[in-house]
Design a protein around this ligand. Sequence first.
Ligand code: SF4
Length: 494
Amino acid sequence: MSDEVMQPQQLWTGRFYNDGINSHDGLFDKLREECGVFGVYGHSEAANLSYYGLHALQHRGQESAGICVANGTDFHYHRGMGLVKEVFNNDNLSTMIGSSAIAHVRYSTAGESKLANAQPLVFKYRGGDLAIATNGNLHNAGDIKAELESQGSIFQTTSDTEVIAHLIARSKHDDIVLAVKEALLRVEGAYAFLFQTKDKVIAARDPHGLRPFVMGRLGTAYLFASETCAFDAVGGTYYRDVEPGELLVLDGKNGLIEDRFSPIKQRAICAMEYIYFARPDSDIDAINIHSARKRMGRQLALESFVDADIVTGVPDSSISAAIGYAEQTGIPYELGLIKNRYTGRTFIQPSQELREQGVKMKLSAVRSIVAGKRVVMIDDSIVRGTTSLRIVNLLREAGATEVHVRISSPPFKNPCFYGIDTPDRKELIAAQKSIEEIRQAINADSLHFLSKDGLLASIGRPNVELNRGHCTACFDNSYPTRITEESSIGCGCD
Ligand code: SF4
């Protein structure tokens, strides 16, 4: 097992932020992506494939990255703070020789960002070495942790993942598959888990299928990923979804074993994956994300037509919906807003003045396109409202005569307990203000949100026979699992 060498970048424990605008970076008040997982079984280039797979999943987490490789007898792993390209290089990848790997990109929800929480987490227990990578949130992890601590367990991280490791280590079962099943039956929440021993990879998805989790093939090798775009990045192909409540085991003796730890419950894939989180080139439940977003834009146009000169989308995640809105209305789509892709990560700015500069550094309104125009501005969501106000003001400063804001999701009123970093309800503008009050707060000439029915119709109607349904709790307060006061908000990757 390799020791991780602390690089200078790994010692810094402040927060830093990704170079996109679709992140919770203090400048742009957007929801934060969760984490991304990637796995390989049965390929001699497992580490390199994981590296490319993580690149494709970078939008799901930019604060740390890690890969653990097994060669049948040992683990070799490396984790670090930063982007995938900053954590990995030829030197560390070339030492990671083995045919199975699990890998992870992560962000943190709390104020500190530290290497101890970077995944995959690696443990030694009586059964040997165990590595775990997860995307999601276990909302009863706090209760289980308190119970285990009262019985003498010591925790080294603040990660939910360590709770699962303790449950596995304390299991009465010596068999890792049985121990994993027993542990999963104790936890509640949303998750896509990858477990790795020296000769096995195990994949498990929560019984509601809240977080996306897919399986792919590359020749005779098996792949796992949070999104199908990671398979494209390594030349693999989508094979099937990891079904809710399913446990898939890969080992040299038995190949693929398709098992379950729980019956499937009412399927509730996160609707925000379609609206905002997933990459447009990914498919979830065989529905392409770009196509679903275009349908949302078309539906939004049917629900809220406004006479205007141009339609523009807030880059990047709202462009597909803006194209749909333009197609439906016949109003031309224009690049009224441009994202600067080369600003790099920025530290949070201390003063309001510098904060506004930071916004302008990352996003520009194109004066020659918007000046003198009535603009329909499409965005995917409004969280606190501060981002929308800034972007509307950018357009007005560039000469737009009217700015009509159209949001390709219903009002975001409730926090997420399933792995998405959301503020408290009191900070969510739609939970506190009427739509007219929000319109005034963001300085728009008009404002309309996509209806929930319109959203579901755009994604693809829930199908009871196929048990296809969506979580829409952040819009309608209808949580698919039991939520208690102890349920934690945020991502269990933390
Ligand atoms: S509450 Fe919202 S963000 Fe969270 S899983 Fe459900 S739909 Fe997704």
